[in-house]
Design a protein around this ligand. Structure first.
Ligand code: ADP
Ligand code: MG
Length: 360
């Protein structure tokens, strides 16, 4: 009997699921080591607590009904025996848990206990979100390709005819014709963004000198850069930065990030830092730091979504292109931002060795 007991105990202690036992009086009777690890609370802080006090340890916000609601429901037999909930750990981190529950009879007249078995599925949830996002991007890409294709022909006709009219109309109508041309130009930009968006294959990869690529991209942005009131500071690595990829796709990444920074500097002074370096692990890092408007926490969660834009006339495709292209190059994008302070975008591409290793 004693042997069995310690055997069961060691199973409970070594499992990677959190196990919490609540007795019929609604008091926490036992927790295992994983519960301590996952929540940050020690056994002493949890054992003997009344369910409602216990639950209060994990609430995300005061007055939030969920966990309490579930537990009370369980006691009254109203709830299903499996549910997902977010909870807050002692250090304030919000995690995602999957809970399974069961009632266990203690035998004799000793009543029964409620056993909660919880798995921390935070990471799984994050992956799930990434997959949903990727799928969304893919189907939008197909849709976008179709629209862009159909828009191109009528657009060419409109622009060409408007140009022709310009030489024929008098001053009175010139403004109207110019408006047509401006409108057509805006559509052209949208179609261009949609087309790059839709181009999923990174056809033709080559070794690209990333510093050179930046110099080229800056030429494309020449006009925007001159127009602004900021300083553009260039810190290019003296190392030879070789990225294996598609030249024009990579150019899109650089142009979009710098252009966004330029636009964020509208009406502000300060600097935009464009920097490259070779990381110690051989990966190539490219970063754009601005002292522009910054991005609110709420928007930060959405900036990579296709068509999300806070700009008048923005297409909202720039960053989703950046993310897609970077992913296609097995790179990573990171962003840090503070409203009123500025924004940092960091893109990292695999190094020469990483690429060669994966070839066979
Ligand atoms: N450097 C930046 N500073 C501030 N906001 C930015 C920056 N880069 C991107 N954003 C925000 O992300 C949104 C999406 O960017 P993007 O996909 O390039 O679309 P667009 O530039 O057409 O709006 C922008 O509308 C803006 O709100
Ligand atoms: Mg943009």
């Amino acid at each position: 009997m004693e042997y069995l007991r310690s055997y069961l105990e060691s199973i409970l202690e070594s499992t990677n699921a959190s196990i919490i036992v609540i007795n019929q009086e609604g008091k926490v009777e036992a927790v295992n080591r994983e519960t301590e690890r996952a929540t940050g609370y020690s056994r002493g802080e949890m054992l003997g607590k009344d369910v409602s006090d216990f639950v209060r340890l994990f609430l995300i916000s005061e007055g939030e009904p969920t966990i309490r609601h579930y537990l009370l429901g369980l006691f009254e037999g109203r709830e299903k025996d499996s549910f997902e909930l977010q909870f807050r750990t002692k250090t304030g981190e919000v995690r995602h848990g999957l809970f399974n529950t069961a009632w266990v009879e203690k035998g004799g007249n000793r009543g029964r206990s409620l056993i909660l078995v919880a798995m921390d599925i935070t990471q799984m949830k994050a992956l799930e979100q990434q997959v949903i996002h990727a799928e969304k991007l893919a189907s939008l890409g197909t849709l976008a390709a179709g629209i862009a294709h159909d828009l191109n022909n009528p657009l060419t006709i409109i622009s060409a005819d408007a140009q022709l009219l310009k030489s024929r109309v008098g001053d009175k109508d010139m403004e109207k014709v110019n408006r047509i041309l401006e409108g057509a130009e805006r559509i052209r930009v949208l179609v261009r963004d949609l087309t790059t968006y839709a181009r999923f294959d990174v056809a033709g990869k080559e070794w690209v000198d990333f510093n050179q690529l930046i110099e080229r991209s800056l030429l494309l942005l020449h006009y925007e850069i001159r127009k602004g009131d900021f300083d553009l500071v260039l810190e290019l690595s003296p190392d030879n930065l070789r990225v294996h990829g598609n030249m024009s796709s990579l150019e899109q990444v650089v142009v979009n990030l710098i252009l966004n920074s330029i636009q964020a500097m509208t009406g502000r002074t300060g600097k935009i830092l464009v920097k490259t370096c070779l990381r110690p692990d051989g990966r190539v890092e490219f970063r754009v730091e601005d002292q522009g408007a910054g991005i609110s926490e709420e928007n930060l969660a959405r900036i990579f979504e296709p068509f999300f834009s806070t700009k008048k006339g923005g297409t909202g495709l720039g960053l989703s292109n950046v993310l897609r292209i970077t992913n296609e190059h097995r790179g990573k994008v990171k962003v840090e931002s503070k409203v009123g302070v500025g924004t940092i975008f960091i893109v990292v591409f695999p190094g020469e060795e990483d690429i060669k290793k994966s070839e066979w």
